[in-house]
Design a binder for this molecule. Structure first.
Ligand code: PMP
Length: 285
């Protein structure tokens, strides 16, 4: 991704894409002091942009990184980067990290905090067969307890087990992996939240130890608008044998139907199709 034309917004300036670099002794590189956002623009407008900017600030503060940029500053930075990209439909990646400076140890309060925004095209997250039902592996790693790490921050450190679990899943021919949490309840995929359907009602894990995704919240509202009961609760993995439909939600994943999770099978049913289509319409409305 580093060798392409274009510009990246870095600390207030549009920098040539190939020159948008950081020093190897950046604190983020050694101690995971990095938080980010994944957003999508549709027809030139970022969906739920302010919510993403607010979450970026909250994530940075959770990692004790003071933010010199306000929500409005972040909005302006993203708008500038999107405009410079010339793209109407695009993925927007904002990242805030602790750079190199006075300190090289774990404590780094004197090192500067940086922000960058890059924009590029990104199609369907799980490939072109999006509506056919993705196949998911069950991850060996567990989503950690909220007492061990700031679980609601979209922080780079929380993605380490996502990368290794997704690599393992892909090696088995799956598109992604589903995590259980530290108690054994169903949690989320490596970059998306999960929903299940049974008897016309929707069940989704309670986000008490993972990201309460912006797409998740949007989809719950869509279901409530349709008077479909939504149960946010602890879900045991064995319950998956009784669920009829399943889908994932996320900015990149949008609403992606799931056909299989380990031994459990689901149909791409009417409600899944309806919500996926309605989400597509909503983001472009
Ligand atoms: N969980 C994880 C681990 C994620 O990376 C994402 C994507 N940001 C989500 C859930 C879904 O969040 P959102 O709907 O806000 O994109």
């Amino acid at each position: 991704y580093d060798d392409r034309d274009g510009v990246i917004w870095m600390d207030g300036e549009l920098t040539d894409w190939r020159d948008a670099k950081v020093h190897i002794l950046s604190h983020a590189m050694h101690y995971a002091s990095s938080v980010f956002e994944g957003e999508r623009a549709y027809n030139g407008k970022i969906f739920k942009s302010r919510e993403h900017s607010e979450r970026l600030i909250a994530s940075a503060l959770a990692l004790d990184m003071p933010m010199e940029w306000s929500v409005d500053d972040i909005e302006a930075a993203k708008a500038e980067a999107l405009k410079a990209s010339g793209l109407e439909d695009a993925y927007v990646r904002a990242v805030v990290w602790r750079g190199s400076g006075e300190d090289m140890g774990v404590a780094s309060a004197r090192n500067p905090v940086h922000m960058a925004v890059a924009v590029w095209p990104w199609g369907a997250y799980y490939g072109d067969a999006k509506m056919q039902g993705a196949k998911l592996d069950i991850a060996e790693w567990k989503r950690p307890s909220p007492e061990t790490i700031p679980v609601h921050a979209k922080a780079a450190g929380l993605y380490m087990i996502c990368t290794i679990s997704k690599h393992k899943a892909e090696a088995k021919g799956c598109s992604d992996a589903l995590f259980m949490d530290y108690r054994g309840y169903v949690a989320e995929a490596t970059g998306a939240n999960v929903f299940f359907v049974k008897d016309g009602e929707v069940h989704t894990p309670k986000p008490d130890c993972f990201l309460n995704g912006i797409t998740r919240q949007t989809v719950i509202q869509m279901l409530k608008d349709r008077q479909i009961p939504v149960h946010e609760r602890h879900i045991l993995p064995e319950e998956m044998s009784g669920f009829e439909q399943c889908w994932l939600t996320g900015t990149a994943a949008e609403v992606t139907p799931v056909g299989e999770i380990g031994p459990y099978k689901f149909e791409v049913g009417a409600l899944t199709r309806d919500i996926a289509e309605a989400y597509e319409q909503l983001v472009r409305a």
